[in-house]
Write a protein that binds this ligand. Structure first.
Ligand code: HEM
Length: 449
């Protein structure tokens, strides 16, 4: 007969389930009710949260926000589609990140603290770098930047070229039925992140499985099913990364995570090191922030180039235009469509008052089509002189830490694809992603010859 399990062990899954339900209710369920009511009254922020049509085709919606002025004050939040205002808020000392799901009512906040007690580290909630303000952010970013240097990223170029070549060999083997997203855009960033984290090629699929699960972690007012799926993925990831870090400590490699572990373990001066939790959060953030974003860049740029043969002809004739094609794709089909900030004190943005505590939603995808900054903004132009002024990587202190790597993957990955298949064409059956924050293609069938 097996030994009886302690009561606490029997209760643990049930308690965890109750905690998840409470968290869902406070962070997603209550906002969902408000959002539905708001959408019926035409509140634009509620429409954005409630109507999937605005996620699939956001541009008409963006123009409604733009028409309302530099800063729209809605039922729950403020919102901006203006390039200068988005930039001002992202760079402003009066705005902080606040937790993605922060709750303004103290009693609900206490309930949430209880519900979040045994929760694994979340890539976009504290202590994640993306979700903290100075001074924590400054210390955290300084440490991670020590290993994520421009030189280290540039050093990855030959390996990214090699990985792209290997994956394209496999794409060629597929012949008819190849899919530029499933067979290539989805796989290159996984392979690159696995390199960063020191995961050997035969274990890449483990990384891929977590990334698929973490993608939903950016959504607010999400359905119960999705929140449970993200939680399960986070628990699995937490156990996996703990084990992986132990392995790297025993057998450090040349990868960035091994170096970050070394920096962390060396800087035992109390003020300048990452805790084990922060280290896990950083690995999770690199996965969550560096995966689907880059998939979307590769997928959208491939689609744009194939839909605009004249522009593709220009880059084929002059490969020095590849960086321009990447910037223009980031501008026109911005992979992270929006972010937000919370006012730390009563202040202004775009000349409008923003009260202390108010959240401002920043429509990066709309700012990147601001006609006052980008002439004829809906046109795809690989030679656009100011394409790099886009805000696809955000701005200010949270400017994407992986921007140089994303640019490298975009330039190397796209050039390799179009050089390998000079007659690449779109085939029927393309499908878009269906999320609000991340925009790209789920499937992009192609004919190789
Ligand atoms: C095309 C690809 C990418 C896009 C469009 C993108 C976009 C962004 C954006 C918009 C933010 C800031 C969000 C905010 O201000 O609220 C951000 C932050 C971040 N990204 Fe990226 N990203 C990409 C690729 C990557 C890659 C490849 C990595 C690393 C492997 C990465 C790592 C990070 C990190 C660590 C942060 C947090 C920086 C901080 O809070 O200081 N990103 N990214």
């Amino acid at each position: 007969m097996s030994a009886p399990r302690p009561v606490a062990a029997l209760a643990a899954p049930a308690v965890r389930e109750v905690r998840t339900a409470v968290r869902w209710g406070v962070q997603h369920g209550v906002p969902r009710l408000g959002v539905r009511r708001g959408a019926r009254t035409g509140d634009l922020q509620s429409v954005l949260l409630a109507d999937p049509a605005t996620w699939r085709e956001p541009y008409a919606f963006h123009e409604r926000v733009r028409a309302a002025g530099p800063l729209l004050t809605g039922r729950f939040t403020c919102m901006s589609a203006s390039h200068p205002v988005v930039r001002e808020v992202l760079g402003g000392a009066d705005f902080g990140v606040g937790a993605l799901h922060d709750v303004p009512v103290p009693r609900l906040r206490r309930l949430l603290e209880w519900a979040g007690r045994d929760r694994p580290t979340h890539p976009v909630e504290p202590p994640s770098m993306l979700a903290v303000d100075p001074p924590e952010h400054t210390r955290y970013r300084r440490l991670v930047s020590k290993v994520f240097t421009a030189r280290a990223v540039e050093g990855l170029r030959p390996r990214v070229e090699e990985l792209a070549g290997e994956l394209l060999d496999e794409v060629a083997g597929r012949g008819a039925g190849a899919d530029a997203v499933r067979d290539y855009a989805l796989r290159l960033p996984v392979a690159v992140i696995a390199e960063l984290l020191g995961v050997p090629p035969h274990r890449r699929e483990e990384v891929r499985a977590f990334e698929a699960g973490l993608a939903g972690s950016l959504e607010v007012a999400a359905p119960w099913r999705d929140v449970r799926a993200v939680d399960a993925a986070l628990r699995g990831f937490d156990a996996w990364i703990g084990e992986h870090l132990r392995r790297l400590r025993r057998h450090p490699g040349e990868d960035l995570l091994s170096r970050l572990v070394a920096v962390t373990d060396d800087e035992a001066d109390g003020g300048g090191r990452l805790s084990e939790t922060e280290l896990r959060a950083t690995a999770g953030l690199l996965m969550a922030a560096g995966f689907e974003t880059t998939v979307n860049l590769l997928g959208s740029a491939t689609a744009l180039l194939l839909q605009h043969p004249d522009q593709l002809g220009l880059v084929r004739a002059d490969p020095s235009l590849w960086p321009g094609a990447v910037e223009e794709s980031l501008r026109l089909e911005t992979p992270v469509q929006l972010t937000s900030r919370r006012a730390l004190r009563t202040t202004t943005a775009g000349g409008c008052e923003v009260r202390a505590g108010a959240r401002v939603v920043l429509l990066l995808g709309a700012a990147n089509r601001d006609p006052d900054v980008f002439a004829d903004p809906a046109r795809f132009d690989v030679r656009r002189a100011n394409a790099r002024e886009h805000l696809a990587f955000s701005a200010g202190r949270h400017f994407c830490l992986g921007a140089a790597l994303a640019r490298l993957e975009g330039q190397v990955g796209l050039r390799a694809l179009f050089e390998r298949f000079p007659d690449l064409r779109l085939a029927p059956g393309a499908r878009r992603t269906t999320t609000r924050v991340l925009r790209g293609w789920r499937s992009l069938p192609v004919a190789l010859a």
